[in-house]
Design a protein around this ligand. Sequence first.
Ligand SMILES: CC(C)(COP(=O)(O)OP(=O)(O)OC[C@H]1O[C@@H](n2cnc3c(N)ncnc32)[C@H](O)[C@@H]1OP(=O)(O)O)[C@@H](O)C(=O)NCCC(=O)NCCS
Length: 355
Amino acid sequence: MRRAVYRSSTEEGRALLERAPVVHLATTDEDGRPILRAVHGVVEGELLAFHAAPAGEKTRGLGRPAVIAAHEVVAEIPSWFFDAERACPATTYYVSAQAHGVLEEITDAATKARVLETMMAKYQPEGRHAPIRHDDPRYARSVRGLLVAGVRLDDVVCKAKLGQNRRLEERRRVVVELWRRGGAGDARAVETLVRRFPELRPPFLRREGLHLTSLLDAHELDEVAPLLDDAYWLAGVPRERSLEAFAASPAVVAARDERTGELVAVARATSDGKVAWIYDVVVRHDRRRSGAGTAVTRLLLDHPAVRGALHVRLTTRDAETFYRRLGFRELSEAPRHAWRSIEMIRPGGVDGARG
Ligand SMILES: CC(C)(COP(=O)(O)OP(=O)(O)OC[C@H]1O[C@@H](n2cnc3c(N)ncnc32)[C@H](O)[C@@H]1OP(=O)(O)O)[C@@H](O)C(=O)NCCC(=O)NCCS
């Protein structure tokens, strides 16, 4: 790698190769002609493995040097983040990984079956099939007949090109500009950058003892469950359903204790761009009345998926005062919605929150 500043750990490289839905395999055939293929790869032990038809082109690369690569784009960074005229600063932030080695065939039937079973777990996580074993009569022939091959993960290089070459104030500006631009994936990119480089955390993601976030990954959803446990509006809703709603919402925000990292508040919203609906604003019992609810709701209102909405709506049973302070009004008080209802409404954007 030309610039050491972009070098990342082998572990990150392996993890990227493991989760990538598709990896690219490059090798050569017996005449030295290049072979480049997209394959469904899985990590099995020390091998990045895939399967193929034994008569296919990939067979011709067996025993030859090969590279398997994957990459994830974090954000497209436009030139105008840095310069009003020159196109040159335009760049892409990404993480990439490459495993260099030799393309090896796996011939041991039990190992082949394990690779295939790992593939099923990755690409058909719902299961609903009998486990693949080489000695199971339902699978024995297929396991024998398939080519299973891979490259050892002894030499993995990972590159995280995330603006480390820039000055600190420029990198901070990128975070703010990404949030402001608010395109698909920009909120996630902000979070990726801030988690990796804490010095880039912008003021709007910080509040007295709290770190605010606009992203909860699937593995973090379990932490949300205890907060939702006593939410009256979720009574009777299965826990998985409530958590799926978080996973499916275009805007999810949360607050973590700056010191312990514990999740202390969450909120989410759906939006079609015109009307946004806020749901599940909850602060952990012991942290109520100290501003966490206000902080996550303000961030939610400023979330790229919500801030452009003409109306932001919600229903509440007893937190009316809380929402009024954030600029919400009852529907009956809003000129175009003068029917009797306890639903509340407020104009979109953060400025209304100061009303
Ligand atoms: C409602 C809730 C999200 C507020 O969060 P919070 O962090 O406690 O609120 P903040 O500290 O930011 O509140 C600031 C102000 O909002 C108002 N407020 C807070 N909680 C309130 C409540 N339950 N009812 C009415 N007003 C409330 C108060 O005016 C408060 O100011 P004060 O402490 O000076 O009196 C939190 O109490 C909670 O999780 N409640 C249970 C779940 C819930 O009802 N969520 C709302 C569903 S619609």
